[in-house]
Design a protein around this ligand. Structure first.
Ligand SMILES: [Zn+2]
Length: 130
């Protein structure tokens, strides 16, 4: 069977439909599964990754994407945004001895912001705002 890549507009439509039906979806894998089911009703060859579904969901104004973060004991240097995979900018402030320290990271593209400790998300939540 030939694999087919669905176009963005089609995916966005189905993502909207999925989140609207459920009102809230608790993970990007769940959302991708529902969208894929809908796609395969149109054509069994369609494929889509959870990452792409999530990235497109972020562009839909009626959907709010939230992230549940987990705290990790020793955070590593953060380079990429967990939401859109863009480069993140460290937010630095001076400490008491005048040294610049990184206290958080911010993504310029999607606006995701987190402290070092909270920057490693483990799940996304999609909420229908209507
Ligand atoms: Zn981002």
């Amino acid at each position: 069977m030939v694999k087919k890549i669905p176009p963005n507009y089609m995916l966005k439509l189905l993502i909207k439909e999925a989140v609207k039906e459920r009102k809230i979806i608790h993970s990007q894998v769940d959302l991708a599964k529902i969208v894929l089911r809908k796609l395969r009703k149109k054509d069994r060859g369609y494929v889509v990754s959870p990452f792409r579904v999530k990235r497109l969901a972020l562009e839909i104004p009626q959907i709010e994407v939230k992230i549940k973060t987990k705290r990790v004991p020793k955070p590593k240097r953060i380079r990429k945004c967990p939401v859109c995979q863009s480069k993140v900018r460290p937010v630095k402030i001076k400490n008491l001895v005048g040294k610049m320290v990184t206290v958080a990271y911010k993504c310029e593209k999607c606006g995701f912001e987190g402290t070092k400790e909270s920057f490693l998300p483990y799940e996304y939540i999609f909420i229908w705002k209507g």
